[in-house]
Design a protein around this ligand. Structure first.
Ligand SMILES: CCCCC/C=C\C/C=C\CC/C=C/CC(=O)SCCNC(=O)CCNC(=O)[C@H](O)C(C)(C)COP(=O)(O)OP(=O)(O)OC[C@H]1O[C@@H](n2cnc3c(N)ncnc32)[C@H](O)[C@@H]1OP(=O)(O)O
Length: 324
């Protein structure tokens, strides 16, 4: 598996591990709705905008749509960078769709987990330079999506004095707060991103970091104030569909675009080779343990005590939302 050819295939955007492939070459039926893809061949930059209301949570179909959209963009040789963003101004992604975990279907649960593993393999190992534009909350697998990218820009949120308008997004692996643990490869991604001790603390406590703290520990690379800019100064804006055009004129996407441009100017062979240096071993270690990981996950999630915690958590989420 871990041969030079397999490594090259992985980072050149071709699937080298077919047995778990959650999708073939035809698009998942709803891919275009769940992930909006915008491609600008002139700049070499594309944007994948997650669009699964209400919270961009990751269901089996959402994971498949993400992989499909990424692979489609990767197949275009004119594209070098991709921005991952969200149509929801307050939520980047709420992580796994918790309803996939509660009273799960025995056949669907391992397929669901495989689809998440595939997102990790495809996104963390993408040949493209990947920039996460984190406008809103990114808990758990939402944070994992961001950490799988090459660069993370986060909005400071709306720090308006009016409490009703105030919105400060947070990011982190909060799994322990739900009575579950992040899988090893996801936890290790945090270690790789913020270092051993900070990750050890954050994993145990399930810490969600506001933007400034996330910046100070290196969980994000940049933060930008929540503000509109006069006009988008890049071609991508003109190509965006109407429902996300407004967002393209905020400072977050401007910053993400600038970073995507910087990456797009680096000779791709050199950029991809340097990405392999830091990522391939981690990816191949996960692939080697993929079946074991799926068994652990299914065994863990279906435990009575875990189901009880998850059921209570979903109830609390629904009650909170109903009270708004
Ligand atoms: C030794 C063996 C070890 C082996 C280990 C192997 C495997 C490990 C096992 C398991 C690992 C499992 C990994 C899990 C990773 C995850 O991602 S778990 C998901 C964690 N996500 C969260 O905790 C986030 C929950 N959501 C929120 O906190 C808030 O919604 C928010 C994101 C902060 C946004 O808040 P806001 O006030 O703006 O919105 P609402 O709360 O009102 O939500 C709106 C709407 O969205 C629904 N919703 C929110 N989050 C989710 C979700 N994650 N899944 C599904 N649905 C979600 C919410 O219910 C509301 O819906 P509505 O009622 O219909 O309006």
């Amino acid at each position: 598996m871990n041969t030079p050819r397999a490594r090259a295939m992985l980072f050149m955007g071709r699937r080298s591990h077919q047995s778990h492939a959650p999708h073939k070459h035809s698009p998942p039926a709803v891919a275009n709705d769940l992930v909006i893809s915008t491609v600008d061949e002139n700049s070499g930059i594309a944007m994948l905008t997650m669009n699964r209301p209400p919270a961009n949570s990751l269901s089996l179909e959402m994971n498949e749509a993400l992989c499909y959209s990424l692979k489609t963009v990767e197949a275009n040789p004119k594209i070098q960078s991709v921005i991952l963003s969200s149509t929801n101004p307050k939520i980047f992604s709420a992580g796994l769709d918790i309803t996939e975990l509660v009273a799960p279907d025995n056949d669907r649960l391992p397929r669901f987990w495989n689809s998440l593993q595939q997102v990790y393999i495809d996104l963390y190992g993408s040949r493209l330079a990947t920039v996460a534009a984190i406008q809103g909350h990114a808990p758990a697998a939402g944070c994992f999506l961001a950490m799988s990218c090459d660069y993370r820009v986060m909005s400071e949120g709306d720090t308006n004095n009016d409490i009703k308008k105030k919105h400060v997004p947070t990011i982190g692996l909060n799994e322990t707060q739900l009575g579950i643990a992040a899988p090893p490869w996801m936890g290790q991604l945090l270690v790789r991103t913020i270092g051993f001790r900070q990750a050890e603390l954050a994993l145990a406590l399930g810490t969600l970091f506001p933007p400034e703290q996330a910046l100070s520990i290196g969980l994000v690379d940049d933060i930008v104030p929540h503000q509109q800019v006069e006009s988008g100064d890049h071609k991508l804006v003109d190509l965006l569909p109407s429902q996300i055009k407004d967002q393209a004129q905020n400072s977050l996407l401007q910053k993400a675009y600038t970073q995507a441009q910087i990456y797009a100017k680096i000779p791709p062979q050199a950029r991809v080779a340097s990405k392999m240096v830091t990522r391939e071993e981690h990816i191949f270690r996960m692939i080697a343990k993929r079946d074991e990981d799926t068994q652990h996950f299914c065994g863990f999630v279906t435990q009575k005590a875990v189901q009880k915690n998850l059921t209570a958590y979903v109830e609390a989420l629904k009650n909170k939302s109903a009270k708004k």
